[in-house]
Design a binder for this molecule. Structure first.
Ligand code: ADP
Ligand code: MG
Length: 292
């Protein structure tokens, strides 16, 4: 790429709301073979809502919801906000909590009303020694509906299965279709439940799904996809995405995302829409010719 073509490309990008923080990104986008996307906040709105709550025998809805909302009030995860909003909507009073701890990518726990309250993924419950197999059929159904199943344990006993759902952004399906029309492979990398991720990927026609990864697992997944497919662009919005944004040949941050993601990215998409990804690739192809 010549300095002039890079200048023209980055200038045109700015008009389209695509900010290049590194000039080389234009060339690397031109060579891109696979686009790997974070799910929550990138493909989806990042604002899940509580959709389901099924109780184990001996527990009541208001009691369980108040306890888990009290614990989640200490977390900044979008799931925590969904649970807090549901409790607020039902006008529940939240007890004080102590000994809060978050297990990154797994769940949260704290003491409330004199007992341990634990909320999180099936993997978190397994670590804590709670058997969730009684809810297996419900969990499968929720996952197949594209909802995230979570479990709550209170006083050492499994109390409920909960689900949250995070709507796909309106702009996502067309952006995925545009990437496919450009001849690119599209992959999703997420810490979310496997069935949930696969249901969402199916709806969007995404080629490859890596699910249930911890934040450092996103980097390993990016490395693997690069080795298998070639030049890779990673798109994400969260603090968790910063290492993967750096590991991708090109990192694109959603402009409505966290500052940490924007700092780690080569390209910032000023709108919250994924349309910026195929637009950036089209721009790179238009401005950086075939001949280098
Ligand atoms: P991602 O942002 O890719 O969806 P995270 O690593 O943030 O993934 O979370 C992965 C999983 O960990 C969630 O789907 C959920 O099961 C569990 N989890 C994380 N934080 C919380 C929380 N505050 N409350 C309940 N579950 C949580
Ligand atoms: Mg995200």
């Amino acid at each position: 790429a010549t300095p002039t073509s890079i200048m023209v490309g980055t200038g045109r990008g700015a008009e389209l709301g695509i900010l290049f923080r590194r000039g080389e990104a234009l060339q690397l986008l031109r060579d891109t073979r696979i686009v790997a996307l974070d799910k929550t906040g990138t493909l989806t709105r990042g604002r899940p809502a509580l959709t389901d709550l099924e109780l184990a025998p001996g527990f009541d809805r208001g009691g369980v919801l108040a306890l888990i909302a009290a614990v989640e009030a200490r977390s900044e995860h979008p799931i925590a906000r969904a649970i807090a909003a549901a409790a607020e909507g039902e006008g529940l009073a939240l007890p004080p909590v102590s000994d809060f701890a978050a297990a990154v990518g797994l769940g949260v726990r704290a003491r409330a009303d004199g007992q341990w309250v634990e909320i999180g993924a099936d993997r978190f419950m397994a670590q804590l020694g709670h058997d969730v197999s009684g809810f297996a059929a419900v969990a499968q159904r929720l996952g197949d509906e594209g909802k995230t199943p979570l479990y709550a344990a209170i006083g050492g006993r499994l109390a409920a299965i909960i689900a949250v759902a995070d709507p796909i952004k309106d702009s996502t399906p067309a952006a995925i279709a545009a990437l496919h029309a450009q001849g690119l492979k599209v992959a999703m990398i997420t810490g979310d439940n496997r069935r949930t991720a696969e249901a969402i990927a199916r709806r969007l026609g995404i080629d490859d799904v890596v699910a249930e990864v911890l934040p450092e697992g996103k980097v390993a997944a990016v490395r693997r996809l690069k080795a298998a497919h070639g030049t890779l662009a990673y798109v994400g919005d969260g603090i968790n995405d910063a290492p993967a944004l750096a590991e991708g040949d090109v990192g694109l941050a959603i402009g409505t995302g966290t500052d940490v993601a924007i700092e780690a990215a080569d390209v910032v998409l000023m709108s919250g829409s994924l349309a910026g990804v195929p637009n950036a690739i089209a721009l790179s192809r238009a401005t950086i010719g075939n001949i280098r």
